[in-house]
Design a protein around this ligand. Structure first.
Ligand code: SF4
Ligand code: SF4
Length: 100
């Protein structure tokens, strides 16, 4: 299979400053087991492990929410516990334009 016929990939541009767009993951700490898979997976470094609570394993935190790429949802299925949720990408389409 060849992708030579694919159209040139367009660049994405945000229409507001990133900090004005409320797109980032939410974590359900009651479900998170601190496995670290999301932190390893997310290249922009949105997640970091919190401090351990006594003998309990540390929970993941969303330490850099505005590093999250608007409309990315790739870490959602990576979490084995279903602890990560993101908004619906179509609800944020008006914040993004695609340019050549
Ligand atoms: S949605 Fe994408 S950029 Fe955002 S935290 Fe998950 S993997 Fe990282
Ligand atoms: S992948 Fe899920 S369970 Fe593992 S640290 Fe991230 S949020 Fe927690």
């Amino acid at each position: 299979m060849s992708d030579s016929a694919s159209p040139a990939k367009k660049k994405r541009r945000l229409l507001l400053p990133r900090e004005e767009i409320a797109w980032f993951p939410e974590l359900d700490s009651t479900l998170c087991n601190g496995c670290g898979d999301c932190e390893d997976f997310c290249k922009p470094g949105v997640f970091s492990l919190g401090a351990p609570e006594g003998v309990k394993r540390a929970k993941m935190t969303v330490s850099k929410p505005y590093n999250c790429i608007v409309q990315c949802t790739r870490c959602e299925p990576v979490c084995p516990s279903g602890a990560i949720s993101l908004p619906r990408p179509e609800d944020f389409a008006h914040f993004v334009e695609h340019v050549d």
